[in-house]
Design a binder for this molecule. Structure first.
Ligand SMILES: [Zn+2]
Ligand SMILES: [Zn+2]
Length: 624
């Protein structure tokens, strides 16, 4: 049979391919006879009876319980040992001896190799002998090359001369710190401990205490290992995967809350393709290209890469990008004309993503479906089903995939990342504006479709594309794939004023929250500073401050304010170097109060003293 088996093996789709064209091929090439009996008690008794007359030794092989009854006149309810061994009959050939069952049972691999027949509804052993249907896909560990993979194919080939599985996924073993898990040596992990969150290492860390259930393990184990390779369980990687699941959950909770607060009814709202802006079109392209990619991966059984695609999409594209950029528009107080349209788009995108997630996280996806989509599913042109698992796999629309636009967005995000890194490395808070960036194109730089986004996300006033940028002390440089970025870190009064005011606004907002003021609740605000230029900065941006902190009354006074009963109060300590004017953290100021020497501003590194420190204080209360 060797040649036949080797030929059929070539038709099987192996994942990884070397499991088939090296391992299984090598096993089949040296195939020996298979002794399919075992001398044990537990197992499937071989249905072979032999006449005990030494001169006769006639053999009967029984094919079914019915046949046994017909020939022997009896058939036990339970066909296992010891009952089956009691079935004997007088040999009809010699009329002297007795037919007795041989004591052997079958090798377990014969059972598991017979799964195609066991799965059939009719099993008379004759008329449906060859009507079995091959499995599309089987999956087992690497020890099954000589076990199940072999017994399945051999049984089918021997009986029917065809193969009984089309695709075979071989996985490795589960290891711990690259060692085999062992109960005696420790290091073994019980599935129950994963589900209950009672793995020892998890309990040691407080931030890990929430990690339980089986969905994190599902996502983790599918993505952790390439096909055929051993899976090295790491508590840290497992715990990190929980963050992904948590983000997925939070994205849906966030969206659902915004939909409900806005009384958003998906059946009454659609989006008009022609009215979508570039960011929306990008989102639509991303969901379609993600469906396409994951469908291709799933069709090719490239399972471990699927979770990576899922993670990138929901974390980077939806949570940290599309939702983040639309946060204000989605807010309950927003009356943005595009609000409904964005919600309709988000609703559809989130539903399609959920379908992609379903095979990996069947429970999580079902929970979200029941809570958020089931009752509204008809608005997406779909039939309501009891479960998400009864819905069809999503289809993608090639026309909506715009690879060029996606590339432009990736480039934009690279640029923003580099600008933010430059700010961070040079101790410029993100909320402090910078004057300008220069983009110096390299070859094949895509159009800067999203220049406004770069300015907004990097908090930059101006952006210029310029060839051959002259290096200077004030220009900090970073490289990306398509361009160099230069951040201008020079400052003037306008930039410094914004810096001070942005820090002040953040402090007031924080104080509002701490004092339990509701969003939108109007306040009366007093701001005091003894420093002339700081007062000018504040007065110049009175409107900006008032709007951001919802102050309907605003006064700026040239003196220090002090705490009053029933009023919100705060004080900012400001670096006296006017070119810096950073608000200093409390720990810096308390060092100064303790008369510590050699305290430096962490932003401009100038020497500080308590006397020189400038300050801005504020008081606010509800408008009566
Ligand atoms: Zn006989
Ligand atoms: Zn400073």
């Amino acid at each position: 049979m060797k040649e036949e088996l080797l030929k059929k093996n070539e038709e099987i789709y192996w994942i990884p391919d070397w499991a088939g064209n090296r391992w299984f091929k090598s096993w089949l090439s040296t195939l020996k006879d298979w002794c399919l009996s075992r001398q044990r008690f537990w197992g499937i008794p071989l249905s072979i009876w032999i006449c005990d007359n030494e001169e006769c030794k006639d053999i009967t092989v029984i094919g079914s319980a019915m046949e046994l009854k017909r020939i022997s006149g009896q058939c036990p309810e339970d066909l296992h040992r010891p009952w089956i061994d009691k079935v004997t009959w007088k040999c009809k050939k010699c009329n002297k001896g007795t037919k007795k069952r041989i004591p052997d049972i079958s090798d377990v691999w014969l059972d598991s190799g017979s799964v195609v027949w066991a799965a059939q509804e009719t099993y008379d052993g004759e008329s449906h002998y060859d009507s079995w249907v091959p499995a599309d896909f089987i999956i087992e560990g690497k020890d099954q090359i000589r076990g199940w993979f072999n017994s399945l194919l051999s049984s089918a080939m021997l009986s029917s001369d065809r193969k009984n599985y089309h695709a075979c996924y071989m996985h490795g073993w589960v290891l711990r710190e690259k060692q085999k898990m062992s109960k005696s040596k420790g290091g073994a992990i019980n599935p129950e401990d994963i589900i209950n969150g009672s793995i020892e290492e998890l309990q040691k860390k407080k931030s890990y205490s929430q990690i339980k259930g089986v969905e994190t393990f599902r996502f983790y184990s599918i993505g952790a290992t390439q096909p055929g390779r051993d899976f090295n369980f790491s508590v840290k990687e497992y715990a990190d995967t929980f963050k992904i699941l948590n983000t997925i959950w939070n994205v849906y909770v966030y969206a659902n809350e915004k939909f409900q607060l806005a009384n958003f009814d998906p059946s009454k709202t659609t989006y008009d393709l022609n009215k979508l802006n570039k960011l929306d079109k990008w989102m639509l392209s991303r969901i379609n290209s993600t469906i396409k990619k994951i469908t291709e991966l799933a069709d090719a059984y490239e399972l471990p890469w699927i979770t990576g695609e899922l993670r990138d999409f929901i974390l980077n594209d939806v949570s940290r990008w599309f939702i983040m950029l639309n946060r204000e528009k989605l807010d309950i107080y927003s009356d943005d004309p595009d609000k409904e349209q964005i919600m309709a788009l988000l609703f559809e995108v989130l539903y399609k993503f959920l379908l992609l997630l379903t095979p990996v996280n069947p429970m999580l996806a079902e929970e979200i479906y029941q809570k958020m989509f089931k009752n509204n599913i008809s608005s997406l042109g779909l039939k309501e089903t009891k479960s998400i698992h009864l819905q069809d796999w999503p289809e993608y629309d090639e026309k909506l995939i715009d690879a060029e636009l996606e590339e432009k967005m990736t480039f934009t995000r690279d640029l923003i990342e580099e600008v933010r890194a430059l700010k961070d490395e040079n101790r410029i808070r993100l909320r402090w504006p910078n004057k300008k960036i220069f983009i110096e194109p390299k070859e094949n730089m895509p159009d800067l479709e999203f220049a406004e986004l770069i300015k907004q996300m990097g908090n930059i006033k101006e952006l210029e594309i310029k060839k051959n940028v002259e290096p200077s002390e004030n220009l900090l440089k970073k490289e990306t794939k398509y361009a160099n970025v230069y951040l201008d870190v020079s400052v003037d009064d306008n930039i410094i004023a914004e810096r001070v005011v942005n820090d002040l606004i953040r402090n007031i907002q924080y104080s509002r929250k701490k004092n339990k003021y509701n969003v939108g609740e109007e306040i009366s605000l007093e701001i005091g500073t003894k420093t002339d230029y700081l007062k000018k900065f504040i007065e110049k941006q009175e409107n900006e401050i008032s709007e951001k902190v919802t102050a309907t009354k605003f006064t700026a006074i040239q003196k220090e304010l002090s705490q009053e009963n029933d009023k919100g109060f705060g004080i900012l300590h400001i670096c006296p170097n006017k070119q810096c004017s950073a608000s200093l953290k409390d720990n810096i100021y308390s060092k100064l109060k303790k008369k510590k020497k050699d305290v430096k501003c962490p932003y401009c590194e100038s020497q500080l003293s308590e006397e020189a420190i400038k300050s801005i204080s504020f008081l606010f209360s509800k408008v009566k």
